[in-house]
Design a protein around this ligand. Sequence first.
Ligand code: ADP
Length: 449
Amino acid sequence: MTPLLRSVRMRLTLWHAAVLTVVVCAFSAGIFFFVRVRLFDDLDTHLGRDLATIEATYRDAPTELSEAESRAGLKLFEVTERNGVLYRTEEWGQRGLVRSVRSDSATTSSWRSPDGQTYRVLVAPYPTHLISLAADETALHRTLWTLGVILALGIPCAMALAIAGGWFLAGRVLAPVGAMAERARRITADSLGERLPIENPDDEFGRLATVFNETLARLQDSFERLRRFTADASHELRTPLTAMRSVGEVALHDSLDPAAYRDVIGSMLEEVERLTALVESLLTLTRVDSRRTQLAREVVDLGTIAANATEHLRVLADEKEQTLRVEADDAVSVECDPALLRQGVVNLVDNAIKYTQRNGNIRVAVRMLRSGEAAIEVKDDGPGIARIHHERIFERFYRVDSGRSRSEGGLGLGLAIARSTVEANGGRIEVESEEGRGSVFRVLLPSRS
Ligand code: ADP
């Protein structure tokens, strides 16, 4: 395709002109043939009337046929009887019309004389005689020719108008696309807040721009979250590193006894542990995100997953002398990636143990809901979470009380990982909690039964 034809404006213009030309040609041809038929009809009617006059004259007084010629202006006719020509006008003979009558059956046809003149010839046989009469078609052909010229000149004019009009219209219609392309070209990663102009949100281009703007908004949101995540992750990584450096510097500066050095190494190892946990959590998150597309789908019993995750953490609950119970309905099966889902449940149970006071109660229940969904509920009678935090606790690095959580080793990633694992398995996670009244975290998954 040539560069010019690649432009939508040009293609629209050409299509518009082509369609209009076809319509104008068909219309012109229609008019031409309609007028032609009408003109011949009129001529035939005229001939019919003349025939009636000649026939009436023949019946009343055959000898007065010459008078019909002069009185009614009938210049081209002849009347023949079985034994020869009864009457023939002078012009009939002069113009050679004698040769136009080739049979004595009733006909109306066009005949061209040797000198190029065309005539409409009507032959009317009667039992005793034959009347032949003709009319000159010159005027009719002149009219048709004039009409043809007008129409033929009109077609290129219509085409020129169609091209000019189409070009102008296409330009106007496509103008918003140009403006959108211009604005879109200027949008970069740093200016994701910009939006495409929308002239009319209800037309096709308006809808396209709206969809594009929505995509931009989502992209901006993802960029923003990524930026925040990177900033938070750097911050989290810097804290233990700073702590290690200051502990190390103090130890280098002062000469300490072996017990004090052991303390220094111990606190440094604690920070290393913290760093390791952070890096592992970040890796888990990345893996969950990348595994979304290649999940291992297995039909598993949800009760087994809950029991397995709980047993894994029972030792921690025992340390705090908490009661940790699992109650599972029979055969609640779901199709999921079991390792991934187990990781999410482990995080919920781990939080329940971590945030619930000594001697507290934690219950993990597996149920089939009336809505047809399978649910795992992790319920504790711990400190609860104020309603204003419910939306945000699933965000990465969000902690309700950062001081308290940090001292207990919380990174603010546990619930983010739990949510990712559940969503990767096609489910969702909810929280029901009030300050001072314990919490319930509920994982809902589409069931198999
Ligand atoms: P963290 O690593 O700090 O535990 P999470 O993402 O697991 O991070 O949890 C986010 C916040 O939600 C925590 O800081 C904590 O304050 C709150 N939270 C989570 N689970 C519970 C719970 N069972 N009871 C009370 N608070 C909780």
